[in-house]
Design a binder for this molecule. Structure first.
Ligand code: C6P
Length: 422
């Protein structure tokens, strides 16, 4: 673990280009008093991140000054709305380093993006004998859409096991690849364990076997630098709300040739070139996949979220959160009866754990009484719970505004729980 001063954002550690405490001041909800009068210690960032003032203002400003439909009218407000919507696409394309803005399809989020790929890429191409390769640590969003497509096409699901420390071994992944593997879909960072998967190597191995890859980036985009070209991902999906932006919005990155070859997801306005009762032709990518009036305010606010994180070096953010995890882990390991589930080296800012004799939900409730927000349950990753033979875990997850004071509050809270139940 690094030296104590590296986490002191108030005194500006030599390594940090950002100050977590100052960043926290950008998020009004973090300063709001809880009904109990306690300070909010928000450690449920893997579920959703809080929103900085700039994101709140971007959403408000859209409705106050630009509210109109996009791409459809020539009046001033429509031009403003279109500029904000398409401006967000430019920002996200640059943020993910897509080779073209056309490769960014706006969606309702990660779940929607995976369903789009499963239905528009997987379903038309898969048949009996084909395999879809997943890992055991996937979120339900990266399991169920594939199961549905497998059922419809006769393809089978093959699963790469999780190691005891929560990692996914590259050799296990390679061992499951074959010429039957048509699609390999896996998380960049596990929401239940914090494991960072070796996605670049997994993508290269999948490509060697002739498979197309989808990376679930839901937990990665706010915590690490993502470069879809460097990764060579075929598809990469994300949710805005985990990147300090609004809920119900997100994006699918897809390589141009793949997106162009795919049929539309849904029919409706804006996704067409020409409609008549004798036949319809479709719009170009990405609009072909964006039927109906989109979440324009969502795009504007996500654009502000991207601008917010872009002021920081994401590698430093990852290292900072990793340090918080290291400190919290060390202190948690000293608590009698506490077991951390997921100890892979280099993990991201997520710690799942169980406590002997205490149900995860009781941990969540008792911490909440101290103002500490964590998530408890199966984290939409039931196979992970099964793998580690636990019904549920308690999970703390960090973002760039969390500080050592938050870790201290957590450790105090867990110590009290241990004293009550221990
Ligand atoms: N995980 C969590 O508390 P949506 O709901 O579409 O924005 O994201 C789904 C999703 C997909 N993949 C991963 C790895 C995820 O972590 C999530 C969302 C939240 O862990 C809510 S279940």
């Amino acid at each position: 673990m690094s030296d104590a001063t590296t986490l002191d954002r108030e005194t500006n550690s030599p390594r940090a280009a950002f100050h977590a405490t100052r960043a926290a001041a950008d998020f009004p909800i973090l300063a709001e008093a809880l009904p109990s009068g306690k300070r909010l210690v928000y450690l449920d960032n893997a579920a959703t991140t809080q929103k900085p003032t700039s994101v709140l203002e971007a959403s408000d400003a859209y409705y106050r000054h630009a509210n109109a439909n996009v791409h459809r009218a020539i009046h001033t407000l429509s031009q403003r709305a279109t500029a904000q919507y398409e401006g967000a696409r430019d920002k996200l394309a640059a943020f993910l380093n897509a080779s073209s803005r056309d490769e960014i399809v706006f969606t309702r989020g990660t779940t929607d993006g995976i369903n789009l790929v499963a239905n528009c890429y997987g379903r038309p191409r898969l048949s009996k004998g084909d395999e879809i390769l997943l890992t055991e640590l996937e979120h339900h969003s990266n399991i169920v859409p594939w199961q549905m497509v497998a059922e419809a096409t006769g393809a089978s699901i093959v699963v790469v096991p999780i190691q005891d420390d929560g990692s996914v071994a590259l050799e296990d992944f390679r061992a499951k690849l074959s010429d039957r593997t048509k699609i390999a879909a896996f998380s960049h960072i596990s929401n239940a364990l914090g494991t960072v998967l070796p996605v670049k190597e997994m993508i290269a191995a999948a490509h060697e076997a002739g498979a197309t890859t989808l990376v679930d980036g839901a937990q990665a985009v706010a915590h690490a630098r993502v470069d879809v070209q460097a990764l060579d991902a075929d598809f990469y999906v994300m949710s805005s709300h985990k990147l300090f932006g609004p809920t119900g919005f997100g994006a699918l990155y897809g390589k141009r040739a793949l997106l162009e070859a795919m049929p539309p997801y849904q029919g409706g306005g804006d996704m067409i070139e020409r409609v008549s009762f004798s036949g319809t032709t479709y719009n170009e990518i990405p609009y072909k996949f964006e039927a109906g009036t989109p979440n324009i305010a969502g795009a504007a606010a996500l654009g502000a979220g991207i601008e917010y994180v872009e002021q920081f070096d994401m590698a430093e953010v990852f290292a900072y959160e990793h340090d918080l995890v290291a400190r919290a882990t060390e202190a948690m390991e000293a608590i009698d009866g506490l077991r951390i589930i997921g100890t892979a080296p280099g993990k991201a800012g997520i710690i799942s754990f169980v406590m002997k004799g205490v149900h995860a939900h009781d941990i969540g409730t008792l911490l909440d009484e101290s103002g500490i927000a964590i998530r408890t349950g199966h984290h939409c990753a039931m196979p992970v719970m099964e793998r580690f033979d636990v019904p549920a875990t308690a999970r703390v997850s960090f973002a760039l505004y969390n500080t050592q004071a938050d870790v201290d509050a957590l450790i105090d809270g867990l110590g009290s729980i241990q004293r009550i139940f221990g």
